[in-house]
Ligand binder design. Structure first.
Ligand SMILES: [Zn+2]
Length: 290
């Protein structure tokens, strides 16, 4: 089985608030072990986390080896105060503070830096992106600082211009990347950036009842179209389901994302080869350089 290149071990795919409550004060190790076991059971031996502010991912790194998992963590994600990202990380208000957080993540044993540059898709209304995107020059500086400290950067980014901004700034992987135009996908194809589309977060909500099916189906269709175009153009990509998010269970989420790729691109060696190539880049780049 392929690796899972975007998960959050602190969430359980069911109830975010409950997960936060469970790990507050002290990491609930039995919960963490249950999730790691789910990966081992699904044959997933490589795991890249998207971070949390409760120390779950940090502890996960210490336990993962027991389950035969090569686990990479940013410890916590970093977002700008007043912008999206509080659910998985810590905030800065200026670049000096940002730099301090990068050094703190490093001191806590991070393998790479995770940043948040935009909001998420608004499933509840029309699927537009919530909140505002960070300014391009600030994002460029954030990526630069992390690179200078020797870390690869994983960026949570949605929206056409915002994706352009991170790709042009040399980000190592772009997460979600919803609503990219073909021009931006072309740019991505020429870059070294790996795209992790996390389509299971949309697909698994269809027929679930919490959100409008028409909105979800439309979003899924757009994501599929971009996936097919990316495949055609040779964009670098890797499997990541955002496991831990609502309706995306650990272990199964990776299998679901793989199925989405194959359904759209074909059940072929070529599809597998494309995924393997991107994962290989993630494995090489998202580790601490010694
Ligand atoms: Zn995530």
């Amino acid at each position: 089985m392929f690796g899972e290149c975007h998960a959050h071990l602190f969430m359980d795919g069911e109830n975010y608030k409950e997960a936060v409550r469970r790990h507050s004060g002290q990491v609930d190790e039995s919960d963490l072990r249950r999730h790691l076991q789910a990966y081992a059971h699904s044959g997933v031996t490589f795991l890249r986390d998207g971070g949390d502010y409760l120390g779950v991912s940090r502890r996960g790194k210490e336990l993962a080896g027991e389950y035969g998992i090569d686990y990479r963590t940013p410890v916590f994600a970093i977002h700008k105060e007043g912008y999206y990202g509080g659910i998985v990380g810590r905030a800065f208000s200026n670049l000096k503070e940002y730099h301090r957080l990068v050094l703190e993540a490093a001191a806590q044993g991070c393998d790479f830096i995770k940043i948040m540059t935009t909001g998420i898709m608004d499933f509840a209304t029309d699927g537009s992106i919530t909140g505002e995107a960070l300014a391009a020059d600030e994002v460029r500086e954030m990526i630069h600082i992390a690179h200078e400290e020797g870390f690869a950067v994983m960026s949570h980014t949605n929206g056409d211009q915002a994706v352009r901004d991170v790709v042009e700034a040399g980000v190592d992987s772009v997460e979600h990347g919803n609503f990219m135009s073909r021009d931006t996908l072309d740019l991505l194809a020429e870059s070294q950036t790996v795209w992790v589309p996390t389509i299971a977060t949309i697909y698994n909500l269809i027929d679930n009842g919490r959100f409008e099916n028409t909105v979800l189906k439309n979003l899924y269709e757009r994501a599929s179209e971009n996936l097919c175009y990316a495949y055609e153009k040779g964009v670098k990509t890797a499997l990541g389901s955002d496991a831990g998010a609502y309706c995306v269970p650990h272990g199964r989420g990776t299998v679901d994302e793989y199925e989405i790729y194959r359904k759209n691109l074909g059940y072929s060696e070529k599809t597998d080869g494309w995924i393997a190539q991107g994962e290989c880049i993630i494995r090489k780049r998202f580790r601490r350089q010694t």
